[in-house]
Design a binder for this molecule. Structure first.
Ligand SMILES: Nc1nc2c(ncn2[C@@H]2O[C@H](COP(=O)(O)OP(=O)(O)OP(=O)(O)O)[C@@H](O)[C@H]2O)c(=O)[nH]1
Length: 237
């Protein structure tokens, strides 16, 4: 495969309590449809959609997980390898809002820190809301996450949620590549960093292999969420 044909594939998990609209959101985004029927997700399911971000083809693989706790053991296994996550709750379900932090923890326990976003779905039912706007905003601020209000039914803001996650992931990947390049230059003139250099090039090889085989790994996990020793800008030693 030629370099310019390589696409980025991102595994996104959509989590949250039962009936908040996770399956509907994925169906809306990938198939452009909405149905009023509620069919509980058993275990997991996935759909995909290709989009362009900064002239780059990006394949989003959206994993729909069951909201019911009885399926926790199954769904957790599917978080592995996720690079982005939607934490969803419903405008008309207080428990689903109160559970957002615990969903975040469940995902992070499996995959570490990844790109995340909080989504308040069913905003078309705002007249029956059981979550105040300032409460949702305060939670997003506390967790330092971007917050979207969506209506899958009215197709409001759904595209924006997934585009944001794709852009955030790509930004992170680019900054890691920038760090790698920077470290290569520094290592070239510094003997004491030999081990660091080996580890670094192994990481690069991993990434190249990933591109061929599309092994899905969370970006920050590989760096343990740490920034470069030298920041993101190169400096000559
Ligand atoms: N009014 C309204 N209803 C919605 C919206 N999104 C989803 N629904 C309805 O909410 C119900 C539950 O939606 P699902 O997508 O099945 O919920 P889920 O989160 O996947 O549920 P689990 O599979 O149990 O985890 C369905 O009847 C949907 O039609 C929305 O934006 N507005």
């Amino acid at each position: 495969m030629r370099e310019e044909e390589i696409e980025t594939a991102i595994k996104v998990v959509v989590v949250g309590n039962g009936a908040v609209g996770k399956s509907s959101m994925i169906q809306r985004y990938c198939k452009g449809i909405f149905t009023r029927d509620y069919k509980k997700t058993i275990g997991v399911d996935f759909l995909e959609r290709q989009i362009e971000v900064n002239d780059e083809d990006v394949r989003l693989m959206l994993w729909d997980t069951a909201g019911q706790e009885e399926f926790d053991a199954i769904t957790k296994a599917y978080y592995r390898g996720a690079q982005a996550c939607v934490l969803a709750f419903s405008t008309v379900d207080r428990d689903s809002f109160d559970a957002v932090e615990s969903w975040k923890r469940k995902v992070e326990d499996e995959v570490g820190t990844i790109a995340m976003v909080i989504v308040q779905n069913k905003i078309d039912l705002i007249d029956d809301a059981v979550v105040q706007p300032n409460e949702a905003e305060a939670l997003a601020k506390k967790l330092r996450l971007r917050f979207y209000r969506t209506s899958v039914k009215d197709n409001l803001n759904v595209d924006e949620v997934f585009r944001y996650l794709a852009e955030k992931y790509i930004d992170e990947m680019n900054s890691i590549v920038e760090e790698d390049n920077c470290q290569q230059k520094i290592i070239g003139s510094s003997g004491f960093l030999n081990n660091y250099s080996k580890e670094n090039s192994a990481r690069k090889n991993d990434r190249n292999r990933d591109r061929d085989t599309i092994i899905l790994q969370p970006s920050k996990r590989r760096t343990q969420g740490k920034k470069s020793l030298f920041g993101t800008r190169c400096s000559v030693l």
